[in-house]
Design a protein around this ligand. Structure first.
Ligand SMILES: [Zn+2]
Length: 281
């Protein structure tokens, strides 16, 4: 982690660290400064595979500006994206849910920074009633809702609608009109043939909504792209917005609580903190 976060403490450290990840931000605001030595800032490359399917999860990732796709792969090699994770979330939620193995691949779609934490540290910190447990329960609920909607989307909505939603989602994360994404990656994410992607992209290009050149898609008319997509776009946005509001409210409550004398603080009922100490790798 960077030196600012190492040497300072409390809310100032969180603010000045530039941590943008919603879960990590909520974590550090909730008196988790002691985990800082266990955090490592990493730069992820596009196409990098963080997890292979059926592999033991060694570390979880809190994306900052990197974007990671969770991809389900069948035995005959067909793939489909079941969830995109950016700064609002955490890659490796199975660890929190008691699993050690990932069912899906995790592949970096947009290069960028993330913070990595050993899975063993996360397990140690998610004891019953802890603020982290509450935070991740809420994230898990949100992510499950997103996955459910993604399944419905892949069954009932057209390639054009799903392509539009994917591009809008990546544009939200990158805050850029140009999205580095080739047709093979789009086909793998949508779980369709490249020919289908080509037809949908060509149609959107003809309508002046986007341009497509050498693995880079430029969104020319975002408003029209919003109209092209399905209702899943708003549903998923609403889920993450609700999660972010909840984390913000939790952080405010936590700060208020810390300002009180110890005997007046509201600790979660039944919370049991295990013996403090760095977890074994
Ligand atoms: Zn849809």
């Amino acid at each position: 982690m960077n030196s600012i976060l190492r040497n300072q403490s409390g809310a100032a450290a969180v603010k000045e660290s530039g941590v943008r990840n919603v879960v990590l931000h909520g974590l550090l605001a909730a008196e988790y400064k002691h985990i800082v030595p266990n955090l490592e800032r990493v730069t992820l490359k596009a196409g990098q595979q963080l997890y292979r399917a059926e592999q033991k999860i060694e570390a979880v990732y809190f994306p900052e500006d990197a974007v990671i796709a969770m991809i389900d792969k069948t035995k005959d090699g067909r793939t489909v994206e079941v969830g995109i994770i950016g700064r609002e979330g955490m890659v490796g939620i199975n660890i929190f849910l008691g699993g050690a193995i990932t069912a899906d691949q995790a592949i970096v779609q947009i290069a960028g920074r993330a913070t990595r934490m050993r899975a063993s540290v996360l397990r140690t910190e998610t004891y019953f009633g802890s603020p982290l447990q509450q935070l991740l329960l809420e994230y898990a609920r949100t992510f499950l809702a997103v996955i459910s909607q993604s399944v419905a989307c892949s069954q009932h909505h057209s390639i054009e609608q799903r392509l539009s939603r994917l591009l809008l989602s990546l544009r939200d994360y990158t805050q850029a009109r140009e999205i580095p994404l080739d047709q093979a990656s789009i086909a793998a994410l949508l779980g369709v043939r490249r020919a289908g992607v080509s037809v949908a992209a060509s149609r959107l290009q003809e309508q002046g909504v986007l341009t497509y050149r050498r693995g880079v898609i430029r969104v020319v008319d975002g408003r029209s792209l919003e109209k092209k997509t399905c209702e899943c776009r708003q549903f998923i946005k609403a889920q993450y917005a609700q999660f972010q509001r909840s984390v913000a409210a939790r952080s405010t409550r936590s700060s208020r609580d810390r300002a009180l004398p110890v005997w007046k603080r509201k600790t979660p009922s039944g919370a049991r903190r295990p013996r403090r100490g760095r977890a074994n790798p």
